[in-house]
Design a protein around this ligand. Structure first.
Ligand code: TPP
Ligand code: MG
Length: 434
């Protein structure tokens, strides 16, 4: 009988019951070969060795200077096999518009926090080029898994501003339907979203859907155990995932040098057998170029990849943090001229792609989004505390029913007490009037 090719564990989940431990002394079954997925061989297409492909280029990939000038090829940080074509003009213009809207959203949200309309906001001010490129490199059916800092990326993927900000108003839920937008809920626990991303990529690969998944995290998150597990699993199972690390130099108060001894975060990729690349995270053009290539490599079965964007968190970690306690203002000032919005604007203007009329139209679009946010946030939330129990399991456990009953009683006691207080206060008021 001819030998049947064994499916890779990723391609054929074991039937029920086969997970039980083998009896002591029994030899373990041989690990099935991955006969379905082609060997990753992108280096052949780039004419370089596997090692040169997996290792990031020596410098960061950068295409436009901080003044917005197109850099000559020998200053772009590229090496053989690590060259990137400049994205199409229309793509750059759409990205610039999203960049301007994103900056306006960041500033609006910070103002809404100061006005007490929003509970907390981790701003991506200074990182907007990363946000926009992450959302725009993906196709409609691809998935994105963001963190708490990635609201601008979420909105760029067309989640409405108000839905996006629901979580930060203090509501109990994430605000939008992940399936509708193909965007995971913004994750507050560090790196849990990377595992979700890998799971979605695994499922999509099994179903043959051709989906690419972009999983986002920060520099600090690369020290988490889940980061290791996500990358290792994705690499072993050759999943179509891009791990997009925004290295903004800080994990709250912890600077990068106290976070890692690696030459760069992109170098972590080679240890897993995936390609890594470093890119200037304030250069919209380079970000789009590197991420677009990463998406097409993943789509062609050459994933996963890791892209590290080197950028800077211009504001405090959140409004609850005082960044002057752990970093010098002079350091922040050094990054100010590298601003991604100014830089992209200078480049596009110089190229003749952006004129005053286009600028005015884009500014209007940004103001419209900010107004939509202000209006939505000014309407008070009316959360129903009982919903807390509605979506935990499809059927409530006895303990949950008991807790729900306790909450109902407590709410009704409170309601009663406040009605009593209202009657007393009302009476007193009338008394004064009398
Ligand atoms: C599992 C887990 N551990 C710790 C925290 C607390 N925490 C919140 S943000 C943060 C720093 C994360 O830094 P980084 O990954 O660089 O992302 P950034 O905030 O700079 O975007 C930490 C430690 C958390 N949210 N989740
Ligand atoms: Mg960080």
């Amino acid at each position: 009988m001819p030998h049947e090719p064994q499916p890779h564990p990723a391609d054929a989940p074991s039937p029920e019951g086969t997970e039980t431990a083998a009896p002591e002394g029994a030899s373990a079954p041989a690990a099935p070969e991955n006969t379905e997925a082609p060997e990753p061989q992108a280096w052949k297409q780039f004419g370089i060795t596997a090692e040169d492909y997996l290792l990031p280029a020596r410098g960061q990939i950068r295409m436009i200077s901080p003044e917005g000038r197109l850099l000559p090829e020998n200053e772009q940080g590229t090496e053989p096999g690590h060259e990137y074509p400049i994205p199409a003009d229309e793509h750059l213009l759409a990205a610039y518009e999203a960049l301007v809207v994103g900056r306006r959203v960041n500033d609006q949200n910070s103002a809404l926090v100061r006005q007490g309309r929003m509970a907390v906001y981790p701003s991506s001010h200074g990182q907007e080029a990363c946000q926009v490129a992450a959302a725009l490199c993906l196709g409609e059916n691809d998935w994105m898994f963001p963190t708490y800092r990635d609201s601008v990326a979420v909105m760029t993927r067309k989640v409405t501003p108000l839905e996006t900000m629901t979580l930060f108003r203090g509501d109990w839920h994430g605000g939008y339907d992940p399936q509708q937008y193909k965007v995971g809920i913004q994750s507050t626990p560090l790196t849990t979203q990377l595992l979700h991303a890998v799971g979605v990529a695994h499922a999509a690969k099994l179903k043959g859907e051709g989906t690419v998944v972009l999983a986002m995290c920060g520099d600090g998150a690369t020290s988490e155990g889940d980061f290791h597990e996500a990358l290792n699993f994705a690499a072993v199972y050759r999943l179509p995932v891009i791990f997009f690390v925004q290295n903004n130099q800080y994990a709250i108060s912890v600077p990068l040098k106290a976070q890692t001894a690696a030459p760069s975060l992109a170098h972590k990729a080679v240890g897993y057998g995936m390609a890594g690349e470093r890119v200037d995270g304030n250069d919209l053009v380079a970000l789009l170029a590197v991420l677009e290539r990463a998406v097409s490599l993943c789509r062609a079965g050459q994933g996963p990849l890791l892209v590290e964007a080197q950028t800077y968190r211009m504001q405090a970690h959140t409004n609850a943090d005082d960044a002057t306690r752990y970093r010098e203002d002079s350091e922040v000032q050094e990054w100010a001229p590298k601003d991604p919005v100014l830089r992209a604007r200078a480049y596009l203007t110089e190229r003749g792609l952006l004129d005053a009329a286009a600028e005015a139209r884009i500014k209007d679009a940004a103001e419209k989004t900010a107004a939509e946010l202000r209006e939505g946030m000014n309407a008070d939330l009316e959360p129903n505390p009982e919903e807390l129990f509605d979506f935990v399991y499809s059927q409530k456990t006895p303990q949950m029913r008991e807790q729900q009953e306790m909450l109902r009683e407590e709410l009704s006691r409170e309601q009663h007490a406040s009605e009593q207080a209202g009657t007393v206060a009302g009476g007193a008021e009338h008394g004064t009037e009398a």
